[in-house]
Design a protein around this ligand. Structure first.
Ligand code: 8YV
Length: 335
């Protein structure tokens, strides 16, 4: 084995990643890749992690406290190929001195594009309209039916005004929408761009013709959009979710879509995905996508490169740019 091979850290890669990302991995790591792109179970992850220095993981793998306790002592860093990290028990990783990094920024535009796609698709009937064409139920054009909801000039409420929320607001302004937002902290005026801040979610909801969810899934936000929140929205409002499915209470949303309290919903994320609540499939006013928020070739490559920047920094003995926990030691890879 050459000197280089001895020095390269051992990296478990849990999913098949874009070609240029895997090329860079092969050049710099002794990697266990997943060419078949199997979604590993927790037991498989624990087994495959044996002897590894690091793991490059996705949101499809749940690194809970139990799995983290079964990781080998050699494994020092979990780099997730995602901005969200609700699939990782960061506190458990920190307690074992395992660094955790994510990939912010690089997917903000792609995800905001999908938020607008859902907003427009839900409002204008992209789902049911396409079904009419494909299923040949499109008969004579009619002045009165079917009709969607006008987007231009309406009020958009954004829950979570981070990078993706702000990118969505920029796009919505192009549709002359008035922006309201609820966030833990108020943004400075330069970032707010005239958006109306609401310290309490419940106070914002009556002002939202559209509601778009962009906060992280945490103990504080799980189930945030519940029956009480839905009831506070104006009748015929539209809900869009590109963040995480569990921020929405499925029972509340589905009942509101069934009763007509809400005109429509556009959803890219679901609790328990891909095994979503089957009632969504029967709702003509639900415009549904299979978690495509970051799914462009450019963005997925950028996410992989960002995860590798974090790993490279860690193994160069430096603090990774996107580190999420307070782990003091960054290792120099060496023989
Ligand atoms: C990713 C996402 O596709 O980055 C995130 O948090 O939700 C998605 O855009 C997925 O999580 C990849 O692991």
């Amino acid at each position: 084995m050459g000197r280089d091979a001895i020095r390269k850290p051992k990296l478990l890669v849990t999913r098949k990643l874009p070609g240029p990302v895997e090329e860079r991995i092969r050049a710099n790591y002794r990697a266990a890749l997943n060419g078949a792109d199997t979604v590993y179970s927790s037991n498989e992850l624990a087994q495959r992690a044996a002897g590894m220095d690091a793991a490059l993981i996705c949101a499809t793998e749940r690194f809970d406290a139990d799995l983290i306790s079964r990781l080998p002592q050699t494994l020092r860093i979990l780099a997730t190929f995602s901005v969200g990290y609700d699939h990782i028990d960061v506190a458990a990783a920190t307690a074992r001195g395992i660094a955790v990094t994510n990939t912010p920024d690089v997917l903000s535009d792609a995800t905001a594009d999908v938020a607008m796609l859902l907003l427009l698709g839900a409002a204008r009937g992209a789902g049911w309209g396409e079904r009419m064409v494909r299923e040949q139920t499109w008969k004579a054009w009619s002045p009165t039916a079917p009709l969607g909801v006008e987007v231009t000039g309406k009020r958009l409420g954004i829950v979570g005004m981070g990078r993706i929320g702000q990118a969505t607001a920029r796009r919505a302004r192009g549709f002359a929408m008035t922006i309201h937002y609820h966030n833990r902290t108020r943004l400075e005026a330069a970032l707010e761009q005239g958006a109306v801040f609401h310290a309490a979610l419940q106070d914002m909801l009556p002002h939202c013709d559209f509601l778009s969810i962009h906060c992280a899934s945490t103990d504080a936000t799980r189930g945030l959009i519940d029956a009480r929140a839905v009831a506070a929205l104006p009748d015929s409002a539209i809900v869009v979710n590109t963040a995480r499915g569990d921020i929405v209470d499925d029972d509340a949303l589905i009942e509101a879509l069934q009763s007509g309290k809400l005109a429509a919903a556009g959803l890219d994320v679901f609790a328990g995905e891909p095994d979503i609540d089957p009632r969504y499939r029967a709702l003509d006013n639900a415009f549904l996508l299979p978690h495509l928020g970051s799914a462009t070739a450019e963005t997925r490559i950028a996410m992989g490169m960002r995860a590798l920047d974090n790993l490279d920094m860690y193994f160069a003995g430096r603090r990774p740019g996107d580190i999420l926990n307070d782990v003091a030691d960054f290792q120099k890879a060496g023989p």
